[in-house]
Design a protein around this ligand. Structure first.
Ligand code: F6R
Length: 253
């Protein structure tokens, strides 16, 4: 894991956008795995800026979102579908047919998971996966557990995640209790992964993710097995001085 401690949210967003941009320039028909939440908002803003300056072309890009709340329609303002169009897709030249987000209002969630997994396999998997991390160490909505699922599946959200995500809803009761998420194998098969972590509340999971220990109770810790992960991390939670105590080393990119 390459670790890049960074001093501001804006620098983290710019660096993540640069990595995504480089990937698209090198491979215009890139398959991107995308995350939602607070963390990647700045990165989406930067990518839109690059597009508007004429530096990026999304016309051949395919995207797969990591997850979606079960029970929310695409029009629901808190759905990840709505978030993605509002913050990114509406502002770039991506083709509608190339956008994939699990259908939260599906009548058959199991079939939806199977279809979603097949669509990812059909395009040969994900080239570059963008990830955030939950306060409990989840990636996508793969929640801490003694068992993790490999493929796209329905998951019961943990109380910690429901609490953390309630900041986007009117109140705790409005947060859906279930979601559809890509599984750990799908994420781990991505050729390249960018993990972003910003804010002191991510200190606990990030220290576990860089500890050298792997546990399904910290799903993101599995990323230590992947050979092409860059972690862009808030300097406050991962100052360079702690790097030598970990198994991972920072690298200039
Ligand atoms: C969202 C997702 C989640 C978030 C994580 C962090 O699509 O997959 O794993 O990345 O919950 O969320 P924020 O960025 O809001 O702290």
């Amino acid at each position: 894991m390459k670790i890049k401690p960074i001093s501001s949210y804006s620098k983290m967003s710019k660096l993540a956008a640069k990595i995504v941009a480089k990937q698209i320039i090198n491979k215009p028909n890139t398959v991107l795995g995308l995350a939602t939440g607070g963390t990647p908002l700045g990165m989406y803003r930067e990518l839109v800026k690059l597009y508007k300056k004429g530096k990026l072309d999304f016309s051949k890009v395919t995207t797969f979102n990591l997850d979606e709340y079960l029970g929310l329609s695409p029009e629901h303002p808190q759905s990840y579908h709505y978030y993605m169009y509002e913050n990114f897709f509406n502002h770039v030249n991506i083709e509608e047919k190339n956008i994939h987000i699990p259908k939260g209002d599906t009548k058959d969630p199991v079939q939806e998971c199977l279809n979603y997994g097949r669509e990812i396999e059909k395009v040969g998997g994900i080239d570059l996966q963008v990830l955030g991390i939950g306060v409990n160490g989840h990636v996508g909505f793969n929640e801490p557990n003694i068992n993790l699922e490999a493929k796209t599946h329905v998951i019961q959200l943990s109380n910690e995640t429901i609490r953390a995500n309630s900041r986007f809803f009117k109140n705790l009761d409005k947060v859906p209790r279930k979601a559809i998420t890509m599984g750990m194998a799908t994420i781990m098969k991505s050729k390249k992964i960018v993990l972003m972590a910003w804010g002191i509340e991510k200190k606990k999971p990030i220290l576990k993710v860089t500890s050298g220990h792997i546990a399904t109770e910290v799903p993101a810790s599995l990323l230590q097995v992947h050979n092409d992960v860059i972690l862009i991390v808030d300097k406050k939670i991962y100052p360079s001085s702690t790097v030598s105590n970990s198994l991972s080393y920072p690298e200039k990119i």
